[in-house]
Design a protein around this ligand. Structure first.
Ligand code: HEM
Length: 123
């Protein structure tokens, strides 16, 4: 977990360090979620949290390079539904709101992640 080269792009998230705290809270919220918590029972939470932080930093223009599995590969054969996807997106918004990230910035991140739905949800 290092310093992002472009912390200014992450200012609304509290920089890379703030973003890292947000993804930690996000992972905790997902795990406690009634409908999708079961997906994460055997997850490597430390890796997941680090991968999410790098990926969010990357898509926000924070200067990180996400180096994890492709999104399609990471979610293969999980049978994630659209409802599951929406539940996860809602928990992300909850975590962002709890950290007082302004709505416009929340939407900036959500908009970058939305197109990944087709690689996460299995049809
Ligand atoms: C835009 C939405 C999503 C993004 C950006 C995302 C991102 C990621 C990333 C970056 C990883 C780690 C890949 C790696 O280890 O290399 C991951 C793993 C995982 N994701 Fe997602 N994900 C999304 C949606 C979902 C949904 C909707 C579910 C289920 C409800 C889900 C369940 C999982 C699980 C179970 C893992 C594996 C954890 C492990 O085995 O250690 N993801 N995801």
């Amino acid at each position: 977990m290092g310093q992002a080269p472009n912390d200014a792009a992450l200012a609304a998230y509290g920089g890379f360090a703030g973003l890292s705290k947000i993804t930690q809270d996000f992972v905790e919220r997902i795990q406690k979620n009634q409908s999708i918590g079961r997906f994460f029972k055997e997850a490597d939470n430390e890796r997941l949290q680090a991968m999410l932080t790098d990926q969010f930093c990357d898509v926000l223009g924070g200067g990180c390079k996400y180096g994890g599995k492709s999104i399609k590969e990471a979610h293969r054969q999980m049978k994630v539904t659209n409802a599951d996807f929406n539940a996860l997106a809602e928990e992300l918004q909850n975590a962002l709101s709890a950290a007082n990230v302004p709505f416009a910035e929340q939407n900036r991140l959500i908009a970058k992640l939305a197109p990944m739905q087709r690689d996460v949800v299995e049809r």
